[in-house]
Unconditional design. Structure first.
Length: 765
């Protein structure tokens, strides 16, 4: 722009910036796309750009709107700008999308159905309201689980569709009934003069459709900046479009290669199509990475190059930090040994570099269990980020309460927890009656039996308590014959707990199911060591009651999603296996595999100096030990970034072998050969090369991993099946095998559901 050429290179706001960063800071008018690669100094550029607009371009702070996704990011942005400018930056609008929308609705809300003095419903309020709606419509919660219904309603709102507009889509009978619930739900919110979080975006976007209001706020906000633009959904995209229409001074910052939130509505097309939306836009790429060494960045670049959903002509990340250390890949015989190997490496690192910050990353929360146990065995302090320690998670504690009551019928605390998990219609009054009926020196179950004989319990509570009492009577008779893992599996099935989560059919429920599967694997491992039920319970109680190990820890455990935006000198990524990473649902949607690859890219680029990847040949799933196949993403790593052969104990393993044609697996001394798996693995990767998913997201042929012929429950994609619970439906996808074989089925009356084959009772036809 005119005048900028004379700016001295040592201008305070340009100090220590590279050329593309300076260009981004100094760009003033017109649309600007900043493609900010991992570790490229994005926040510095954004804050200095805002300061430049105020100090050098003379823009009034009140004419600047900056939006991001978290309160922490907004506060950091505001604080950093204030330190750079000489006028009050408090006049700026720097906030999250939801905070911005709340502020607008408090001013203009009389134009909406909820007014200006609305309350904001939290998730508990939402669930309560939708349960009332389902009851009014006489829709059974087993087919229309409140959380699933809210998930669908949220999706419609994020696409800016009210019920009458959503009905225009071609919908199945189940979704049409959900739209009835959506309509009543919105009426309920209006009666309460309330908004849920999605309404904040929905109603604000509706307001800005009004030409007068759009012009008013479009004139006010002359300069708009949006951080993490790749994470915006449809509603957020439209909001930004409305506001930028007047001046076109829109700056968006993001990286399509780090778009990892498609499952919650983020639309990668928003950033991919920015230059179509604004053909006059200037595009600046921030490719200088200040975080990682060359070998780490080369690995990331080679992997992400396999994605098709990328900005055309984008360059690769570069660094001046040197080549650095090669990546380590270690294949262990099974999951427990993998965790122990990582823990030993961490112990060695602790002695060499006591103050070094380290992260252990994994795809899903259930993977933390073995890692936590291995770290406790080594007495290594750790901090679990963004989650609850494995044995303290709600569903795990619910299951433990059943097992404790089986082991000790006098345990009133466990009785109180499991009697209504899943819900059985036992409220505080009924529970009080049961406890009042406990004979002196007797058990809660004896009290329940007395109450049932008295006839005081009626209806659903009576029916459910009879079944509950029968469950423990049978457990007492059969637990020795079933064995430890058998008891756990039996309780999961007979209690109805697992089925209740499958009925819920939400992402949250799926995560909880995986945690229960991992608990079953823990029980199977303990049984293999000769532990009985009481000994197993002692072991996990001591494990969950440890030592506040997280205090002053330099070691963090977290999912890769939690790690986004963070960096660590040393990073371990565990569980690099198919059906783990990428996860087993990745190929159920057209974009699923590409998002999984972006997630791996994010994991790689968290590492500053050293990156270690690990996998297991065998892993327990639902208590059954199954052969694993190495992740297809390992195959995409360039050989030049991997280490030389690694020797550990009696095992010699060439880094990268087993993931390329012609490689072979060997076990340590004394172990049986797994060469019989070689052909299956070769064939798998041959299919990976040619795998494609049609545009409609369904596969027209058999799944790439057909179940073994001897599995009587195997149904190819497209098969018509019947379920006693949900009726008729069509198989959309299959994943896993053995006890973990899971189908995604579209039922005519129940919508899409994921069902474990071993529990589903599915029949052809």
């Amino acid at each position: 722009m005119p005048g900028h050429a004379s700016e001295p290179p040592d201008h305070p706001l340009l100090h220590n910036l590279n050329d593309p960063q300076r260009e981004a800071v100094r760009h003033a008018r017109g649309p600007l796309l900043i493609l900010a690669g991992a570790g490229s100094g994005k926040t510095t550029v954004i804050t200095r750009r805002i300061a430049w607009l105020i100090e050098e371009e003379g823009v009034h702070p009140g004419s600047i709107l900056a939006m991001t996704f978290t309160n922490k990011a907004a506060e950091e942005m505001r604080d950093r700008v204030q330190r750079l400018v000489s006028v009050p930056a408090a006049q700026m609008w720097v906030s999250t999308f939801h905070s911005f929308c709340t502020r607008i609705l408090r001013r203009e809300g009389e134009r909406t159905p909820v007014g200006r003095d609305f309350v904001i419903f939290d998730p508990a309020d939402q669930k309560s309201l939708v349960k009332q709606v389902l009851a009014e419509l006489k829709l059974p919660e087993k087919q229309f689980h409140p959380k699933k219904v809210l998930e669908v309603i949220s999706d419609f709102k994020n696409r800016c569709l009210l019920p009458e507009e959503a009905r225009e889509e071609a919908l199945d009978p189940w979704t049409r009934k959900v739209l009835d619930a959506y309509e009543l739900y919105q009426k309920g919110l209006k009666n309460h003069r309330a908004c849920d979080f999605d309404d904040l975006l929905l109603w604000t976007e509706r307001l800005f459709r009004d030409p007068v209001l759009q012009a008013t706020y479009g004139e006010r906000f002359m300069f708009i900046l949006v951080d993490e633009y790749q994470d915006t959904n449809r509603a957020q995209y439209l909001l930004v479009q409305h506001l930028a229409r007047r001046h076109h001074n829109l700056c968006v910052v993001g990286d399509e290669d780090q778009s990892i939130y498609g499952w919650r509505g983020a639309d990668i097309r928003n950033i991919l199509d920015f230059q179509q939306d604004f053909p006059e836009a200037v595009r600046i790429e921030l490719l200088q990475n200040y975080r990682s060494t060359k070998k780490i960045l080369d690995a990331a670049s080679e992997v992400i190059a396999n994605n098709s959903q990328r900005v055309a002509g984008k360059g690769a990340l570069v660094t001046e930090l040197g080549d650095g250390e090669a990546l380590v890949f270690k294949l262990l015989d099974e999951g427990r040994l993998e965790a122990e190997w990582v823990a030993q490496r961490l112990q060695e690192l602790r002695y060499r570099e006591p103050e070094a910050k380290v992260a252990v990353l994994y795809r899903a929360n259930w993977q933390s269990r073995q890692m936590e146990e291995a770290l406790r065995a080594q007495n290594l302090p750790y901090r679990l980020v963004g989650g609850v320690k494995f044995y303290e998670r709600q569903e795990v504690k619910d299951l433990i309460s059943y097992l404790r009551l089986i082991s000790n019928p006098f345990d009133l605390v466990s009785f109180r927890r499991c009697v209504n998990a899943p819900t059985r219609g036992v409220g505080p009054t009924t529970l009080g009656k049961i406890e009042g009926a406990i004979p002196e020196g007797g058990t809660p179950l004896a009290g329940l039996e007395r109450l049932l004989r008295s006839g005081e319990l009626k209806g659903r509570a009576q029916r459910e308590m009879i079944k509950f009492l029968d469950l423990f009577a049978r457990a007492e008779q059969e637990r020795d014959a079933m064995g430890l893992a058998g008891v756990v599996k039996w309780v999961l099935q007979e209690s109805g707990y697992l089925q209740s989560l499958e009925d819920e059919a939400t992402l949250e429920a799926e995560g909880r199911i995986r945690n229960l599967e991992e608990f079953l694997s823990a029980a199977a491992e303990s049984e293999a060591l000769g532990l009985r039920l009481s000994e197993f319970l002692d072991r996990i109680t001591l494990a969950s009651d440890t030592d506040n190990l997280e205090e002053a820890s330099h070691l963090s455990l977290m999912t890769i999603h939690c790690a986004k935006g963070l960096e660590f000198p040393h990073v371990f990524v565990i569980g690099m296996e198919e059906d783990v990473f990428p996860n087993r649902n990745a190929r159920e949607t057209p974009d699923g595999l590409e998002e999984e690859r972006r997630l791996f890219y994010v994991a790689i680029t968290r590492a500053q100096r050293r990156l270690t990847l690990s996998a297991a040949r065998r892993r327990r799933v639902m208590g059954t030990e199954m052969m694993s196949m190495p992740s297809r993403f390992l195959r995409e790593l360039p050989a030049a970034v991997l280490t030389a052969p690694i020797r550990w104990g009696t095992e010699l393993y060439q880094a990268g072998e087993g993931i390329r044609p012609g490689a072979s697996f060997t076990r340590g001394a004394g172990g049986a050969s797994v060469a019989t798996e070689l052909q299956r693995i070769r064939g798998f990767f041959d299919r990976v090369k040619t795998d494609s998913v049609p545009p409609n997201g369904r596969e027209d042929s058999r799944p790439s991993e057909p179940a073994e012929p001897q599995d009587p429950g195997a149904f190819p994609v497209g098969t018509r099946v019947r379920s006693a619970r949900f009726g008729s439906g069509t198989v959309l996808a299959a994943s896993g095998s053995g006890d973990g074989l899971t189908y995604t089925i579209r039922f005519e009356q129940g919508g899409d559901k994921r069902i474990l084959a071993r529990f589903g009772g599915l029949q052809r036809g």
